[in-house]
Design a protein around this ligand. Sequence first.
Ligand code: BDR
Ligand code: CA
Length: 350
Amino acid sequence: MKLLVIRVLLLLLAVATFARWAPSQTAPKKVIIDTDPGTDDALAILLALNSPEVQVEAITVVPGNVTAQMGLDNALKLATLANRCDIPVAGGAQHPLAQKLVTAEFWHGKNGLANIELPTRCHADPRFGPDLIIELVHKFPHQITLVPVGPLTNIALAVSKDPSIVPLVKEVILMGGSISGGNVNAAAEANIYNDPDAAQIVFNAGFASLTMVGLDVGNKTLLTDRQIAQLEAAPGPMSHFVAQVGRFLLELSRRFGETGTPMYDPLAMGVTLDPTLVTTQAMRVDVETRGQFTRGETVANRTNTVERNVLRGDRYVIEGMDKVTPNAKVCVDVQAQRFLDLLVSRLHGK
Ligand code: BDR
Ligand code: CA
């Protein structure tokens, strides 16, 4: 009897071990991170660089939280911190497609990295970011996951220059937008607000799969003292930096009466690592590019239908409902605690 129990326990142990290792046996996803680093961008990049589920093929930099030059410097500092100078880090657009840049040192610190000084040993790749995206998508057809966590300028430039990449991209998982109000103003989320024209191009490009990780779910993933203490308890150069960034963001959030700080960009990377962290709903999303109060709003059609209004004499008459095709998987819920545990476990002691 005792022997039988031991055998069963050994079998269960073997099954558990296999289950734990199974994901890393599948080939890692090839990802390109398009980013405006940025504090939470930094955390997203470090999460990716410490996760076996993804292989970062390139980091392309877009102006947003900081200028294009500062963003590039910051991305190189992060590659240095992670000891990954082998990853191409390329600058891209210098400004949004059709408006002035709005930078966010107010939220991210004067240097965009919570005022933490980091050294640089890596060097910028000379290629133009959107061109590098085009090159890599052709090199790895149907294998690239684009993870844009800044304004969508670089992605819009890439698909406008070479639309043939669209069907060759495996998927897009972007941080941006909201279906319940903005963080810049009543309507718009910052990444979309910073280049609505680019965002409208990207949402309507026709990607096989586009996941919108917006404010709605980001606001539920609050980093608190608890996770920061966990990171501080097992320090390494990266976990120390992440904890410092966390303290900076938490302090800022507290000034606005919040108890935690949202992990927007890291969540987009979390969804890339593990799509089961979120619940999505297929919706047609368009970006308002002209509204007086709503420029930059992601206008999401929950029913994927619109009224058919037909002109009859001096008025329009509703004659039915037409279907519209969804173009995005919009995240509507998140397993926040599971995501925060994942984030901490990947950076703990690194
Ligand atoms: C987004 O805006 C930026 O400030 C953050 O990095 C994130 O990508 C959140 O609205
Ligand atoms: Ca960002």
